[in-house]
Design a protein around this ligand. Structure first.
Ligand SMILES: [Fe+2]
Length: 363
């Protein structure tokens, strides 16, 4: 018996998924913002996109406007993207701000460490300070930030375990990977997708759909897959004997790993890595990006890189069609009990949903 068959035999019947309201209701989304997206380490951006001091990227997490900034010391810090004066958002598109983050409204200016450096004429013409207002005592509100290799994470409530401890189940599965050789070779921007972000996560962590949805883009028999459920690391994997390497299909051994709640890393042996940035925006709206990496320092031609971009674009589009329709299906009373989950292939989906339910219950 395979592991999957054993799992199926061991349970009385299929489990249900989350109820439809967990995907469609505004109230559930707001609870997620206060819990799932506040107490965990949430993935918000790629460090390689902000390579120089002064590079500033506005991002959103749990409905909040945030700003990631590369400082003069080379470190990335995330702040609330809000001026202390009239609470306007400071930066509205990615740019290099130079040495100061300047609010366009009344020209209050902050250095790259977030310290307030100028509040022009705040106390009258040519005067900034007065009794009770000392510029040095004010700074942009920082958000707990951790940059792990190329990936920027935030923990809004500041109470999550240290990142290395939080992500230990994922990190242990990447043992042997030489991260100094991991090089970004491209970034795909899929824009906004009309679905709930959890459906994208669930789609990634089950191997069941691959043979049907990706029949023309992949070549991975279902029987070789197995699911992974290990705390914050949930996903699946496939081990194949024959490694095809950099090629036009996905007929290679792979690890499909997530870090709860929204980080996705696909490792394709022998030499490729893909990381998805999934940005939850509302109950029925998210954004998605995928960064492509080589892991062995190999040089790819422009044509090879374009072929990989095309392949992954097609694979993601195949998934997007499914998750948009799953969101639509959750309008129906049929979806009220959350449907049925395979004990063999979707125990990983249920493990993800258990974490969501655990966190939201703590609201
Ligand atoms: Fe898929």
């Amino acid at each position: 018996m395979t592991i999957a068959e054993e799992r199926a035999q061991a349970v009385g019947g299929p489990q249900h998924g989350l109820t439809a309201e967990a995907y469609r209701s505004k109230e559930f989304w707001e609870r997620e913002c206060q819990t799932v997206l506040a107490k965990n380490w949430v993935f918000i951006g790629f460090a390689h996109q902000m390579a120089n001091p002064g590079d500033a990227h506005p991002v959103t997490c749990a409905n909040l406007p945030l700003l990631a900034v590369r400082g003069r010391d080379g470190d990335i810090q995330v702040f609330h993207n809000v001026c202390l004066h009239r609470c306007m958002t400071l930066v509205d598109k990615p740019k290099n701000v130079g040495k100061l983050i300047r609010c366009p409204y009344h020209a209050w200016a902050y250095d790259l460490d977030g310290r307030l450096r100028a509040a022009p004429h705040f106390a009258g013409t040519g005067k900034q300070e007065f009794d009770g207002f000392d510029i040095k005592k004010h700074r942009l509100k920082p958000v707990r930030t951790h940059v792990w290799h190329d990936w920027i994470f935030v923990n809004l409530d500041g109470n999550a375990p240290d990142f290395e401890e939080y992500a230990a189940p994922l990190i242990s599965r990447l043992e042997g990977m030489d991260f100094t050789r991991v090089e970004p070779i491209g970034l795909l921007d899929f824009g906004e997708i009309g679905t709930n972000w959890k459906l994208i996560m669930e789609n990634f962590i089950e191997p069941y759909h691959v043979q049907f949805v990706h029949a023309s883009t992949t070549d991975q028999p279902l029987e070789n897959h197995y699911t992974i459920t290990d705390g914050t690391c949930i996903g699946s994997a496939v081990d194949l004997n024959e490694e095809l390497g950099t090629s036009g299909s996905l007929g290679v051994s792979s690890r499909y790993l997530t870090l709860y709640p929204n980080f996705i890393l696909g490792r394709y042996f022998p030499d490729q890595l893909g990381v998805y940035l999934n940005v939850p925006i509302g109950p029925g709206k998210m954004r998605q990006y995928r960064a492509l990496y080589t892991t062995e320092g190999q040089e790819l031609s422009a044509e090879e890189i374009q072929a990989l971009r095309n392949l992954w674009w097609d694979v993601h589009k195949e998934d997007h069609e499914m998750v948009v329709r799953m969101f639509e299906g959750r309008k129906s009373p049929v979806a009220e009990d959350g449907g049925l989950l395979s004990p063999a292939w979707e125990d990983s989906v249920r493990a993800f949903q258990d974490l969501i339910e655990r966190d939201v219950a703590g609201a």
